[in-house]
Ligand binder design. Structure first.
Ligand code: FAD
Length: 261
């Protein structure tokens, strides 16, 4: 199988760096083909702007830069900057995608957010399929990346209890919801439960060995682990075009949890 590992840590000798190296070797030893997008090593440009289209100079005088419409025009006409097009090719190639990063301010590092913003072009990751009052596009379970699997590998400073149902940071499923549901499920991925390593400050050789073993098991199970049962948009659970859950679906549940069956 083909696996794309999108990795965001600035220091190769970090815990994340060691785990990334371990994952690549483990997957390759199992016969898979791995590509790594090491965003800091690539000096990835994180900000989405007018330079993302190669026709910037051709823009008629006075025409404003529109982040969505410029993305659409560049994607449809083969005018995207090369770094964006190459990452899209890697996504098309991959059977599974792993995003690996340290939790920074309750989210992904800015460089990885910038990868998502720029690579997820209009027509590629959003704006796909029919948009009408009867159908709201191919997304949330459908879309360009449907049929592929995705998983987060995340390290945190906080303890597991800090991220438990009543922990002060909020439940980890809620914190990761915008990434797992909004960024991965939206363009079609089947999203596997995340592999989270808590309290990383307390990592010595013995603990590292346990983490490595547990991660290796998750990588072995990449094709058999059941995805998070997010509710597909176009399978009847939602009113269209309001896109609210029908009253008979999880009637007593609100918020993020309502969107998981
Ligand atoms: P490292 O610092 O590289 O390593 C962690 C420990 O593992 C060290 O003790 C190191 O000695 C050991 N180690 C590393 N490699 C090995 C190895 N090969 N073998 C054995 N031991 C090893 N945390 C939160 O919980 N929530 C937040 O919102 C949050 N926001 C942050 C924002 C910023 C800007 C920063 C800098 C940190 C934040 N943190 C937060 C903490 C952050 O999540 C952790 O520092 C990070 O996850 C640790 O990963 P690392 O790869 O940088 O670990």
């Amino acid at each position: 199988m083909n696996i794309l590992l999108v990795y965001a840590h600035p220091e190769p000798k970090s815990l994340n760096g060691s785990l990334k190296d371990f994952s690549v070797k483990h997957l390759e030893d199992a016969g898979h083909t791995v590509q790594v997008s090491d965003l800091y090593a690539m000096n990835w440009k994180a900000s989405l702007d007018a330079d993302d289209s190669t026709d910037r100079q051709a823009r008629p005088p006075g025409m404003r830069f529109d982040p969505s419409l410029d993305s659409k025009r560049a994607f449809e006409n083969g005018l995207q900057s090369k770094d964006i097009a190459l990452e899209q090719d890697k996504l098309r190639w991959a059977d599974a995608v792993i995003l690996q990063f340290p939790l920074w301010w309750f989210s992904m590092p800015a460089i990885l957010k910038g990868w998502v913003e720029r690579v997820y072009a209009f027509g590629f990751a959003y704006g796909v399929g029919e948009h009408s009052d009867a159908r709201w596009g191919d997304r949330y379970g459908e879309g360009t990346l449907a049929g592929k699997r995705a998983m987060l590998v995340v390290t945190t400073g906080g303890w597991e209890s800090h991220y438990s149902a009543r922990g002060i940071n909020g439940p980890i499923d809620d914190i990761l919801f915008p990434i797992q549901h909004g960024i991965l499920y939206y363009p079609g991925f089947d999203v596997l439960p995340p592999f989270v390593i808590y309290r990383t400050g307390r990592t010595d050789e013995a603990r590292f060995a346990k983490i490595r073993d547990a991660l290796g098991q998750r990588l072995d199970d990449l094709w058999t682990t059941a995805p998070i049962p997010f509710r597909p948009q176009n399978a009847g659970a939602y009113h269209i075009p309001e896109l609210t859950l029908r009253p008979d679906v999880a009637p007593d549940v609100a918020g993020f949890a309502a969107h998981t069956a």
